[in-house]
Design a protein around this ligand. Structure first.
Ligand SMILES: [Zn+2]
Length: 258
């Protein structure tokens, strides 16, 4: 089993890191005075519910940033312990695309844009940013000036070339809407789903540069060389570009506009 390390980031917030082969993946336990949530549920790790229970006895829910298998692995443990597991349900088909899965629709509670989780002294606001997957979400903690961003911001190059990713035109619209909220906190820190692929201090300039990159690709002033990659039995085209502080944007040259 992959090693899991637990790091206290500040009072009431812990980072769980699973050192999976290929890349590490991160989940975050966020506790208020009344409730706690685990944001994402690692990949192959087991016993995570017990590890969380050693840190808090508060009523607990799981919030998933998206339906990729490396972020939902331990969700079943929590569902079986009676915790609600929130995910935007567009990502059910994404989850199933990885093959047979024991996480079926009835285990999930639908996550909605703007949905608020009041933990007591800490509030998490859901900002859906469809792009990487149709149901991708970011959770904004205004109290701590943190956005838990899954694979939407800062998990290495953002992958928008996947068969179910949104075209760049729609991602741009979603990104602009999200940025309006994120910009209300000028010193916002982004905590992504793969911290080992990101600088430790990932902040708003990254998101601004991502938006500029999307605009430049759509305008034709920035263009990556078309390559191919295997996705299961499919071979899909993609191109990668980067600009400024951002960590790379992978997109499908055939899926720029809707
Ligand atoms: Zn992902």
């Amino acid at each position: 089993m992959n090693e899991v390390t637990i790091t206290k980031l500040k009072d009431g917030i812990w980072n769980f890191t699973e050192n999976a082969p290929g890349t590490a993946v991160d989940a975050y336990l966020v506790c208020g005075s009344e409730r706690a949530v685990l944001i994402d549920a690692l990949q192959d790790a087991t016993g995570i519910y017990q590890k969380v229970r050693e840190l808090t006895e508060l009523p607990l829910a799981v919030l998933l940033t998206h339906g990729h298998y490396d972020h939902v692995g331990a969700a079943r443990e929590f569902a079986e312990a009676g915790c609600e597991v929130y995910m935007e349900l567009s990502d059910l088909s994404v989850l199933k695309s990885f093959g047979p899965c024991t996480l079926t629709e009835e285990l999930f509670t639908p996550l909605r844009n703007g949905q608020v989780f009041d933990l007591g002294g800490r509030v998490l606001e859901t900002i859906l940013v469809p792009g990487h997957t149709p149901g991708s979400a970011v959770f904004l903690d205004r109290e701590d000036h943190i956005a838990f961003s899954g694979d939407t911001f800062g998990s290495g190059p953002i992958w928008l070339q996947l068969p179910y990713s949104l075209p760049l035109s729609r991602f741009q619209t979603n990104l602009e809407a999200a940025l309006k909220k994120l910009e209300e906190i000028p010193d916002l820190l982004l905590l992504p789903g793969h911290r080992n692929q990101s600088p430790r201090e990932l902040r708003l300039p990254y998101v601004h540069d991502l938006l500029d990159t999307v605009r430049a690709v759509r305008a034709g002033t920035l263009r990556g060389e078309t390559q191919t990659m295997a996705m299961g039995e499919e071979v899909i085209p993609f191109a990668e570009v980067s600009h400024g502080a951002m960590l790379g944007l992978s997109y499908s040259p055939e899926h720029i506009e809707e």
